[in-house]
Design a protein around this ligand. Structure first.
Ligand SMILES: [Zn+2]
Length: 89
């Protein structure tokens, strides 16, 4: 038996459709999605995707909202003094 999805891996369900470039993007997202990310609270690499945009740490049980497929740590909270113009990054 020949291995049907040797080249395309997780994008094998797409068959010959949609073009190679799009299928490669799907492969990248699919592989990155499975990897656990670092938890911003307890800093262990135990953050898993439970739903689209929802990630949960299996150690401290904290849930985060992030990107649909791959977790992106939220930006650090910065305080600005009152009266200071907002939005000056
Ligand atoms: Zn955690």
């Amino acid at each position: 038996m020949s291995k049907r999805t040797k080249k395309v891996g997780p994008a094998g369900w797409m068959g010959p459709r949609y073009g190679l470039r799009i299928r490669r993007r799907v492969i990248d997202i699919d592989r990155a999605r499975e990897k656990p990310a670092a938890c911003p609270r307890c800093s262990t690499v135990t953050l898993h995707r439970v739903a689209s945009g929802v990630f949960e740490c299996s150690r401290c049980r904290t849930r985060y909202a992030s990107n649909a497929y791959v977790f992106q740590a939220p930006p650090p909270i910065t305080r600005t003094e009152k009266g200071e113009a907002a939005g000056n990054a």
